[in-house]
Design a protein. Structure first.
Length: 355
């Protein structure tokens, strides 16, 4: 029953409902955009085209995207900063192309079903399995047990509730979240078997085909907002001048040749991977394009494609924040999400005997 097999292979016609969430930890960076948000927008647009009704409308309930603020509490954020970060993240998602007219976009804590289902699933989740989760071990390493919050330990249970609350058929995830999705599948199987029901379907992953975006200062570390060096990341709010300067200062190596070798030349490989993603060329084609050119030329070309895509997103984000539409989007999104969630929660509560 444990570690039920999952496959990333899918077609749009296989998708019944998509759910995915992102922590509101500040303005998204290039890694967030390429690794998650860009994929969400592509799925949204493909799904809308697939299921468009004859009158041009479609069912928004097939797509749910969420600012997972309850998950963010595991890092004990400053309350004021968290409130601002939620608005920032939602405005950023909209600026990147997540359209509230095509998808349900909402704030996790505004839909109480997440917490209610999480508690029921907590009563089925094995502690031993939770203690072996890779992310928990990494984040708790070197800490005394009294300094590790229960929320971090049970994080995968809440993530399972996020997914199962909407009976999502597919979940866009990165490779680092596949273990949590496997856990959600296993909890669904455990629930169905224990209560002899077929309520929960088993969610499958959608894993984007893109280069993993690393720090501009260290090609072996993921690009991260927690890195103290601002030059290590490009934010979607960065100006053209900021992007040019960060790419110009990006670490490479002393070898003048241009090759794609993530293991031995991770910093250069990271830059080529970014260029590959924005130009939709293979890394091998990018290397061919750069042959005989110096690294300054390479950095200039990379800066050009980033500026062309990211600067308009940053301007749109600023417009959305200034227009003050985020609260209304979240209110409407929470209402729509709650309609779906309450149906699932009612069934779960009836099945376990508390309703």
């Amino acid at each position: 029953k444990l570690n039920s097999p999952i496959t990333p292979h899918f077609t749009i016609k296989m998708i019944k409902r998509v759910f995915s969430g992102i922590q509101p930890t500040g303005t998204p960076h290039l890694g967030n955009y390429i690794g998650a948000i860009k994929n969400w927008v592509n799925i949204q647009n493909d799904l809308v085209n697939q299921y468009r009704n004859t009158n041009g409308t479609h069912d928004r309930s097939r797509l749910l995207f969420c600012a997972v603020d309850l998950h963010a509490l595991t890092s004990s954020p400053d309350p004021k900063v968290l409130r601002e970060s939620i608005n920032d993240m939602v405005a950023s998602l909209m600026a990147c192309g997540i359209d509230p007219k095509k998808s349900i976009l909402y704030q996790q804590s505004m839909v109480t079903g997440h917490s209610e289902l999480a508690w029921i699933l907590n009563c089925l989740a094995p502690m031993g399995r939770l203690g072996r989760m890779t992310q928990f071990k990494e984040k708790s390493a070197g800490k005394l047990s009294e300094n590790i919050c229960l929320g971090l330990f049970s994080y995968p249970v809440l993530m399972s509730a996020d997914i199962l609350l909407f009976n999502a058929s597919h979940v866009p995830v990165g490779n680092d979240q596949k273990q949590h999705l496997e856990f959600a599948r296993d909890l669904a199987i455990t629930f169905n078997d224990k209560f002899k029901t077929s309520l929960f379907s088993l969610p499958s992953p959608i894993i984007g085909e893109h280069a993993r975006i690393m720090s501009l200062r260290d090609g072996k570390c993921k690009m991260s907002k927690s890195d103290p060096a601002e030059s290590s990341r490009i934010l979607i709010s960065d100006s053209a001048d900021q992007i040019w300067l960060k790419i110009k200062k990006a670490k490479t190596d002393n070898d003048d040749s241009i090759t794609y070798d993530p293991e031995n030349r991770p910093e250069l490989a990271n830059l080529i991977g970014i260029y590959s993603t924005f130009t939709e060329k293979s890394c091998e084609k990018c290397v061919e394009e750069f042959q005989g050119k110096g690294k300054l030329y390479v950095k200039e070309k990379i800066s050009e494609v980033i500026v062309e895509k990211i600067v308009p997103i940053g301007k749109e984000r600023e417009r959305i924040l200034n227009d003050g539409v985020v609260n209304q989007v979240l209110k409407e999104g929470a209402e729509r999400a709650s309609e779906i969630a309450q149906k699932t929660l009612y069934e779960v509560q009836s099945i376990v005997g508390i309703r």
